[in-house]
Design a protein around this ligand. Structure first.
Ligand code: NYM
Length: 211
C-alpha cells in the first residue's frame, strides 16, 4: 500500500540574546531524532553563504553597512535557504530554526527611524512557522548569566528595545516559555510542545508568513 508522505514541521525559536535558544534547539533536534523522527537544526543568519559572510563581518564589526541594506541582506539570507527548507520539510524533516524573520524585524526595528511595517515587507511570503517558541528571561536572570559578547547589538539598552519589539510582533499562537529554569526542565517543556506540533502539522499545507 502506498503511504502519503507527511511533511515535517517548521519550528522557530526566538528571544533575546543569551536566553539559551541555541542550547535548546540542539537538544531538541537530538531528542526528536532519538525518538525516531527526522529533525535538522538551522539558524539565521546562516553565516556560511556569501550573503551570510557579509552579515557575519558586519556583526563582528569588521565592516560597516547601511542599516536598510543590512536588513535586506538578513532577509535575503533567509530567502536563499527557502528551497532547502521546503525540500526538507516536504521530505518529512522537521526543522528546528534558531531565529527567523521576527528577529530580523525586532533587531532592525530597534534602530532609530525604523518602522516595524517597513521591516516586515522583505520577509512577507517566507514559509510560515508551524510553531514559534519565544524564550523569555527576566533582567535579573539574564544578569546572572555570562556577560554579553562583543558582537554588534549585544548591550542591555538595545536588547530592551528588541524585547519590546518581540512583544509587538508576538502572535496569539506563540508559545511563551520562561527560560529562567534549568536546561533539562526547559527542554522537557519545549519537547512536549514541539511533539504536538510535529503531529498536528503533518497533513497541513505550509502557509506563507505575514500574507
Ligand atoms: N539578527 C539576526 C538580526 O539583526 N537580524 C536578523 O534577521 C537575524 C536573524 O544577528 N544579535 C541579529 C540577532 C543577533 C545576531 O546572533 C545573530 P546569533 O548569536 O548568531 O544568533
Amino acid at each position: 500500500m502506498l503511504h502519503k508522505m507527511t511533511r515535517g514541521a517548521l519550528i522557530v525559536f526566538e528571544g533575546c540574546d543569551r536566553c539559551g535558544k541555541t542550547t535548546q534547539c540542539k537538544k531538541l533536534v537530538d531528542a526528536l531524532n532519538r525518538d525516531g523522527g527526522k529533525a535538522e537544526f538551522m539558524r539565521f543568519p546562516e553565516r556560511s553563504t556569501a550573503i551570510g559572510q557579509t552579515i557575519s563581518g558586519y556583526l563582528e564589526k569588521k565592516s560597516e553597512l547601511e542599516d536598510h541594506a543590512v536588513h535586506l541582506l538578513f532577509s535575503a539570507n533567509r530567502w536563499e535557504l527557502v528551497p532547502k527548507m521546503l525540500r526538507l520539510l516536504n521530505s518529512g524533516t522537521t526543522l528546528i530554526v534558531d531565529r527567523y524573520a521576527y528577529s530580523g524585524v525586532a533587531f532592525t526595528g530597534a534602530k532609530p527611524g525604523f518602522d516595524l511595517q517597513w521591516c516586515k515587507q522583505p520577509d512577507v511570503g517566507l514559509p510560515k512557522p508551524d510553531q514559534v517558541l519565544y524564550l523569555t528571561l527576566s533582567p535579573e536572570e539574564a544578569s546572572k548569566r555570562a556577560a554579553f559578547g562583543t558582537e554588534r547589538y549585544e548591550n542591555t539598552e538595545f536588547q530592551e528595545r528588541v524585547a519590546k519589539n518581540f512583544e509587538i510582533l508576538k502572535e496569539h499562537d506563540w508559545k511563551i516559555v520562561n527560560a529562567g529554569k534549568s536546561i533539562e526542565d526547559l527542554h522537557g517543556e519545549i519537547k512536549s510542545i514541539v511533539t504536538q506540533t510535529v503531529e498536528s502539522s503533518k497533513d497541513k499545507p505550509i502557509l506563507k508568513l505575514w500574507s
